[in-house]
Design a protein around this ligand. Sequence first.
Ligand SMILES: *Cc1c(COP(=O)(O)O)cnc(C)c1O
Length: 330
Amino acid sequence: MFCSDMTFDATINPVAYEGGEAVFIDTEYDTWNMDPVALEKAFELYPDVRLVVMAHLYGTPGKIRELQDVCSRHNALLVEDAAESFGATYRGIQTGMFGTESIISFNGNKIVTGSSGGMLLTDSEEDAHKARKWSTQSRENAPWYQHEELGFNYRMSNIVAGVIRGQLPYLEEHRLQKKAIYERYREGLKDLPVRMNPYDAEASEPNFWLSCLLIDRDAMCRQVRGEQDALYIPEHGKSCPTEILEAIASIHAEGRPIWKPMHMQPIYRMHPFVTANGSGRARSNAYIDEGRCPDVGADIFERGLCLPSDNKMTPDQQDRIIEVIHRCFA
Ligand SMILES: *Cc1c(COP(=O)(O)O)cnc(C)c1O
């Protein structure tokens, strides 16, 4: 299966549960999602693949029309991981409506939450029935507990469902609060050598789940990341994600690095990885040290970070974060 490379591991795990092999597809700079050009290249390399899983990262719709076109040219089905993008729209249509199957998450950190749980979206009634059956221990339609295939316990509890349903009317309100946070950051940081996570303002309206930053290449101080820790050398007029995240933590707020791309994860190091220029995998760190990244995902991971984005954050709290980031570049 072809899968988004820069995403949360949860996008990929089900592929392994089902005995599949994930081939990772590089990211594009315009929306930070699966690159349709790299996807096309992947079909040249692996023409037998029939399934593509793409995630809409940080609530920003990916290039879904282009991805759909590539998939239909190659007779492949598209699955959307809309876990982070509930309420985001692409040409007026909500993410989660484009895939043959899609999912939305109600995990504790998402824009609408029941503390946990999620939703499967499909237009196929047969698939809906199957998912409902498998998720509730695969009981056959019989007067007793009759089992003809393997079942799972993925049922959502009635209490969680109630909490989620109670929040659904507030989705657009949450989205607008998140958007205001994104715009306040953009305004407050506009004099720094950084930019916000981008989106296609003509085609899409994100849900702005997380506000993220990308530091300009020539404004990066030296930063080295091992498998589990990071070091940097502070430099006048420059900064890096590690320095900014430490500064944010020092005022008891929480930022995060960008999702570390799957092709850089030890668990997936043997898996194929396809970039837009068609090259297979390459160990990225050596290139980063020379200041040239062979792939987009490694570059965004190197220079990007997620900012505190809770919709209950006050303007004063946000101003403090903006001030702390300014100090990193002093
Ligand atoms: C949160 C998240 C998931 C997982 O959702 P759960 O409801 O926790 O299983 C999947 N994919 C992405 C991209 C996510 O951010």
